[in-house]
Design a protein around this ligand. Sequence first.
Ligand code: NBP
Length: 484
Amino acid sequence: MAEQKADIALIGLAVMGQNLILNMNDHGFVVCAFNRTVSKVDDFLAKEAKGTKVIGAHSMEEMVGKLKKPRRVMMLVKAGDAVDKFIDTLVPLLEEGDIIIDGGNSQYNDSIRRAKYLESKKLLFVGSGVSGGEDGARYGPSLMPGGAKEAWPHVKAIFQGISAKVNGEPCCDWVGADGAGHYVKMVHNGIEYGDMQLICEAYHLMKDALGMSEDEMSAVFGEWNKGELDSFLIEITQAILAYKDTDGVPLVRKIRDAAGQKGTGKWTAISSLDMGIPVTLIGESVFARCLSSLKDERVKASGSLKGPSGVKFEGNKAEMVEHIRQALYASKIISYAQGFMLLREAAKEYGWELNYGSIALMWRGGCIIRSRFLGNIKEAFDKNPSLSNLLLDDFFKAAIHNSQASWRKVVSLGVTLGIPTPCFSTALAFYDGYRSECLPANLIQAQRDYFGAHTYELLTAPGKFTHTNWTGHGGSVSSTSYNA
Ligand code: NBP
């Protein structure tokens, strides 16, 4: 009997690829598996995929020959050159209208380039963010596909079938053209960096300012997870703090405090700098990881650089824990407001028609930043799809107003005790800046004009650039006015 033709091929049999294949199989799709190291195909068929409808291929030619048309080939391989190499091999094997999907953590600029290249070859490119790690891939990831829209009707059933669902709605929808899916995934990861750092600052304050044990803190995170902070990251933090090593000591206490990173937070910060959008919280969260990794230098400095001495927290612990919860919540609102500001600017820059409510729904389940809070964001954008800033939505405005006194107390506590709270602090500084009618940039403009004849605008004449001869001996020639 002839072998059944596959609905989709999946290249890359590491953790993400294998689990996505099994997920697709559970949803009734026939998948053809392939991998650079071909022996992994047989290992996979003999072990994890045993008893499933998954079929394998030992060459790209064989794989392509086993696919229904239009052919759908998805890659879950290391981002970068590997993706380009597979694309180069696939192009001569495919026909007009076939679809190449990259589900790895590719840079959105690479996806823009690949979409254009494959369009010139009459092939359809889909760059899809995939989030949720191993478990998400196996039982329901958040999927953020973008690229050639003509491909969407051909991949929608598979993607929405395997994705996470919230109240029956798939955490997957079409994002936009060329690199939009990977851009949205990048911002998701940036926000994830911010969320993790905010949780770490709450932990740091509870541990060092309030002197709480890991079990006490675990219980606090457990409580927080029942309210407006309900999220995957708070949930795992509760579990991590409760986890004991074989000697009964909390394992977290033994872990070296030097954070790693793979780059997506940094890319988000770079993109925000390029576009001039103040995504300060994600930026600080990346720098906090960089500072943490200077462990040896910090150990040396800790022996000689003094902080405040003789100050201790002497208030009511339970009340301060609640203030910390409020500070975390308010800072998180700022982080998401900044993330959506960046998405709005990117949409303008790259000509994408992003649906912000639908992005919130894609992140609502399946991915690492999944939370109840994203449901509130979806509601805000559903109510007003052209909302210019989340902070101006009534729900979030009220939430910030309600939390800000606590938030200020917590930032002050950190400053007084010498405990760094880079993300709580930058979020508050952003909030105070964003709500200020006047900032001191008038003086910056005067300084720039003083030393470089860069000109300034008067409050009464915006758009009209003037130069002043501040010293009496400078000339009256001004520098060209442009923004750099
Ligand atoms: P890895 O990122 O570890 O990639 C492993 C796969 O890439 C294997 O199939 C490997 O083939 C292949 N590969 C490598 Br490595 N170098 C290659 C090259 N030069 N040419 C061709 N193939 C090459 O696997 P993963 O963790 O499953 O992630 C897959 C993608 O999904 C990545 O882009 C990752 O960033 C992204 N992602 C991962 C997660 C996660 O939680 N792990 C979550 C979301 C997205 P081999 O078997 O022959 O070495």
